[in-house]
Design a protein around this ligand. Structure first.
Ligand SMILES: *[C@@H]1O[C@H](CO)[C@@H](O)[C@H](O)[C@H]1NC(C)=O
Ligand SMILES: *[C@@H]1O[C@H](CO)[C@@H](O)[C@H](O)[C@H]1NC(C)=O
Length: 470
């Protein structure tokens, strides 16, 4: 891998030189410069804490059995040749082409007129909102991996394995309107994350995102050089040994602490960060989310009382409690995270497609194309998140995936899933209004795109950062 790097860089430089000589492809060059591994983050961390070391003694997942080449696997080469495919795709010319193939990309580049009649042109780069765009059907490039490459994918998300008959939902690619996304490449991601620790913290939707990311990275390494530990649903770990890189998931649906009292009453402590918060520390990349659990009513509601300071109360509006908890989280991040070492992301609300949202996910095979479609999820909650992040001292990159995911009513697990660790029974499948899961997403599927956007944010500077006020 190392020996490959410098020729690749040289070729990049050469290509950029040719491109600027021709007077176009300027954006591509600047994007490629931006995407080169940064040397700014010098302090690499190793997993040194004892608890983390214990967690590393996980299971090594065996390589999947070679699949016979059937019609269905024509475009799904076995992992070994997939690496070659990726290498080809990562060649600079491919990236240049990919970045210029969209008519929309011209909007991102505004060559200004030559100053004083000089030869040189300067490029004024308009910021591209990668979360603004549309879904395009892309049978060849998507999905990014085959589910049998990642035997550790859970029953909850393995729609194909669970008998989902259609597969179009796997083939949609997100196309921003102002630019093209860099083509996802697992080895580039791992190279960028060499010696680093990535933690994903939040509810089961962030677990969904972890499963997707673990599989996307696992597909790029030799199976015996990967460690996957995922026996507990509260903590999961992927580790690429050759890159000294780990990606962990910590379950923490409120980000603040939920504690059961002696009388079994459950207290949501709005002023206290989640109990295992200490274990998130030291990460180089942190990706948070929260939201859904605050909206739960009735039987689903996880708490009996809120606590703020010494005061325990039953009645507080969800939005008020949510705001307070997010501020607790923000304060914790501001105090504990070193912005020179750590990049912090917040993933926005993942939408559901229940009957309340006028689009039940069951039996859906196509994304929503009506651009005026709006979701039921309260805008006020989204506003609280955006406002909180804006007020923070530490810059937080907002993965604004809500809108693009709203279109994807076809991408949920619906009846091809498990509940409490058991696959839905035939009887349950016949009663989708009661049993379909319209919150979580199939894999391969939508969360892969969230991770492609994460990749884009890490490799280029085109992400929409909600910067702090100072
Ligand atoms: C689901 O889709 C199938 C195929 O289009 C159709 O036969 C069936 O009636 C649909 N079921 C419901 C409940 O809409
Ligand atoms: C997130 O996306 C939505 C919909 O595209 C947009 O209205 C909102 O302003 C975005 N939020 C931020 C902070 O960029």
């Amino acid at each position: 891998m190392e020996s490959l790097l410098s020729p690749v860089l040289n070729r990049k430089l050469l290509l950029c030189a040719i491109a600027s000589f021709l007077g176009f492809l300027l954006l591509s060059c600047s994007l490629q410069r931006a995407s080169r591994p940064s040397t700014a983050i010098a302090s690499l961390t190793h997993l040194e804490s004892t608890s983390a070391m214990a967690d590393l003694a996980g299971v090594s997942v065996p390589a999947p059995a070679p699949q016979p080449a059937t019609a269905a696997t024509i475009y799904s080469p076995p992992p070994q040749s997939a690496m070659e495919v990726e290498m080809v795709a990562a060649s600079p010319s491919e990236l240049v082409l990919a970045m210029n193939s969209s008519p929309g990309s011209s909007q991102a580049v505004h060559p200004s007129p030559p100053a004083d009649g000089g030869e040189e042109t300067t490029v004024e780069e308009k910021k591209c909102d990668i979360f603004e765009g549309k879904w395009v059907f892309d049978r060849w490039r998507y999905p990014l991996y085959q589910p049998h490459w990642c035997p550790f994918l859970s029953d909850q998300v393995s729609c194909r394995r669970n008998g989902r008959p259609d597969s179009e939902y796997e083939h949609w690619r997100w196309q921003p309107s102002g630019c093209d996304l860099p083509r996802y490449n697992g080895r580039e991601m791992l190279e960028k994350w060499r010696g680093k620790r990535v933690v994903i913290v939040g509810d089961s939707l962030n677990r969904n995102m972890w499963e997707s990311l673990a599989c996307m990275l696992y597909s790029s390494v030799r199976k015996e050089r990967a460690v996957v530990k995922q026996r507990s649903s509260d903590y999961k770990l992927f580790r690429a040994l050759d890159y000294d890189c780990s990606v962990e998931f910590f379950w923490s649906p409120f980000l603040v602490e939920l504690k059961e009292r002696e009388d079994h009453a459950k207290i949501l402590k709005l002023d206290k960060i989640f109990a295992n918060g200490r274990r998130w520390l030291g990460a180089d990349v942190m990706i948070f989310n929260t939201g859904h659990w605050w909206m739960h009513h009735g039987k689903m509601r996880a708490w009996n009382y809120f606590q703020r300071g010494d005061q325990v109360t039953e009645d507080m509006e969800a939005a008020v409690a949510f705001n307070r908890a997010l501020r607790t989280w923000a304060r914790w991040v501001d105090r504990n995270v070193n912005p020179r070492k750590t990049i912090v992301f917040f993933r926005s609300i993942s939408p559901e497609h229940k009957t309340e949202n006028l689009h039940f996910c069951y039996n859906q095979t196509k994304p929503i194309t009506n651009e005026r479609y709006v979701q039921w999820f309260p805008k006020s909650m989204v506003d609280i998140v955006e406002r909180t992040i804006r007020k923070m001292t530490i810059p937080v990159t907002y993965l604004n995936i809500t809108r693009l995911s709203e279109y994807r009513r076809d991408a949920h697990t619906a009846i091809y899933t498990s509940r409490q660790g058991k696959l839905l029974t035939i009887e349950q499948r016949l009663d989708p209004t009661r049993h379909a899961d319209c919150s979580h997403w199939c894999l391969p599927g939508l969360p892969d795109t969230w991770n492609v956007l994460l990749f884009a944010s890490i490799m280029t500077s085109s992400s929409s950062i909600i910067s702090s006020t100072n």
